[in-house]
Design a protein around this ligand. Structure first.
Ligand SMILES: [Zn+2]
Length: 275
């Protein structure tokens, strides 16, 4: 009897461990908000949608004790600003820094093993330099654009990420399986910038998700196939739309448009998580 009891306790512990170890957890952080009066730069007319606000997310994906940061939010220098015109026609609000939100969960930037950004525009790498001790996963084409020719793209701000030139780095040439088990995969989707990428996730309970980066900014962008006038390559953008559509078809994954405020408002933020 005693042995059986111990066995069942062990069995329960094993099941609990497997449940925890079964797949990744996705944490979502509020890393700011951008408001525009005019959205025509996004390849839309102002009549196409009433939406004028873009949510700015950061994500941490945790799998068996290892962590990936995906996208780094607005510049940390804008924390505390409310509806501040940071760029012409772009009003930003950023309440609590990503660093403080991580600290509230007992995490320091050095606890993040890997960092990957959908691309290096300033609303996606705002906390970049805080993660110099993490391992950077970046497309070779994005690395060249952001570190060698940043002056060619006015939405790159190297002061936000220049220290990452010293970070341990893997230069990617296409898709990449982050943890080696297929559950977290970087998918190359260039066009918005030379090395833009999206993130495919297999979550045991929530299901399969693709985090869009800036493949689309608005729900309406996807519906209309809108291409912002600041994309580096419109034809490549169209090919990336098709490539991600195929991935969604083949896997049954749901596309989460990262900047969609309506979506973000419906999701639980960290320390809550999706698994
Ligand atoms: Zn963006």
């Amino acid at each position: 009897m005693r042995v059986a009891k111990h066995l069942s306790a062990l069995l329960l512990a094993t099941i609990a461990f497997q449940a925890w170890g079964a797949g990744p957890r996705l944490y979502i952080f509020d890393c700011g908000l951008i408001r525009h009066d005019d959205i025509t730069n996004y390849g839309l007319s102002n009549a196409d949608t009433d939406v004028r606000e873009l949510f700015v997310p950061c994500y941490v994906i945790e799998r068996e004790g290892q962590r990936l940061l995906w996208d780094g939010g607005l510049p940390l220098a804008w924390v505390g600003r409310t509806d501040f015109e940071a760029l012409e026609g772009a009003y930003v609000t950023y309440k609590v820094s990503l660093i403080d939100q991580l600290a509230a969960m007992g995490l320091h930037p050095d606890d993040i093993d890997y960092i990957a950004f959908s691309h290096f525009h300033l609303d996606h790498v705002g906390a970049g330099n805080a993660f110099v001790n993490s391992h950077l996963l970046i497309q070779k084409t994005e690395h060249e654009a952001a570190f060698e020719h940043a002056e060619d793209n006015e939405i790159f701000d190297p002061s936000l990420y220049d220290k990452l030139v010293d970070a341990e780095t893997t230069l990617l040439d296409g898709d990449h399986d982050v943890f080696g088990d297929g559950s977290v995969r970087i998918i190359s989707a260039p066009g918005h910038t030379p090395g833009h990428q999206v993130l495919y996730l297999e979550l045991a309970n929530t299901g399969r998700i693709v985090l869009s980066g800036d493949l689309y900014h608005f729900e309406k962008s996807r519906e209309l196939g809108a291409i912002p006038n600041f994309n580096t390559d419109p034809e490549q953008s169209r090919q990336s739309f098709a490539r991600v559509d195929r991935l969604l078809d083949e896997t049954g994954a749901t596309l989460w448009i990262e900047h969609s405020k309506a979506l973000a408002d419906s999701l639980n933020k960290a320390p809550a998580f999706y698994d």
